[in-house]
Design a protein around this ligand. Structure first.
Ligand SMILES: N[C@@H](CCC(=O)N[C@@H](CS)C(=O)NCC(=O)O)C(=O)O
Length: 202
């Protein structure tokens, strides 16, 4: 297998953190999206939407979509389980994944991609869309802080892929300088717990 990595890009990081939680090493090829590596014809054969990350299997099959890659890895390596075992665990993890991706990662991405000069070559920027999304991120942080009352992890009483996604979102939010407000103590403690895990270095 070869993992086509995107460096700091959040969805690539999400897979690296996941792999680290699983204790799995896969040879990496780096794709630099700031240099436009992902738009080159060779890479389009791997990822037709020109996105990172991607996984190449030994038979030449490619998997794009970070969570599809994680699911494949989990199917091959069931332990530690990060996608749930019982029907209710699987449903709850999926529920949190959807919430975090749609209501947190997408707004963070909108703030960054539409507001940061470095993104101008990748996005037809609408600065008002960046401004409109910043309060959405902060409102979600506030909601999340309430949800975390009395909880160690976001979803189950053990670490799951939803925590990988949450951690990746907190890291990504720092790019457009959105930080968890000090008064959101549950959320700050949760972020600290995640950032103290060895996988946070991935
Ligand atoms: N849903 C996809 C999203 C992948 C994605 O958005 N990748 C970004 C980096 S995090 C990318 O490749 N962007 C390239 C571009 O915008 O041109 C996944 O989870 O893998």
């Amino acid at each position: 297998m070869i993992f086509y990595d995107g460096g700091a890009a959040p969805n690539a990081r999400r897979v690296r953190v996941f792999l680290s939680e699983k204790n799995i090493d896969i040879p990496i090829k780096s794709i630099d999206i700031m240099k436009g590596d992902h738009k080159k014809d060779d890479y389009k054969k791997i990822s037709p939407l020109s996105q990172v990350p991607a996984l190449e299997l030994d038979d030449g099959t490619f998997i794009t979509e970070s969570i599809a890659i994680c699911r494949y890895i989990e199917a091959l390596n069931p332990e530690p389980n990060l996608f749930g075992v019982s029907p209710i665990e699987i449903a709850q993890i999926e529920m949190w994944q959807r919430r975090l991706e749609l209501l947190l990662m997408v707004p963070i991405s909108s703030v960054f991609r539409h507001g940061h000069p470095a993104m101008a070559h990748l996005e037809k920027q609408v600065p008002e869309w960046s401004d409109a999304n910043k309060p959405r991120v902060l409102n979600f942080f506030k909601w999340l802080d309430n949800q975390l009352e009395g909880k160690h992890f976001i979803c189950l009483d053990r670490y799951t892929v939803a925590d990988t996604t949450a951690f990746t979102c907190f890291e990504f939010a720092k790019w457009p300088k959105i930080f968890i407000p000090d008064e959101l103590q549950n959320l700050k403690d949760y972020e600290k717990r995640l950032s103290e895990r060895p996988s946070s270095k991935a």
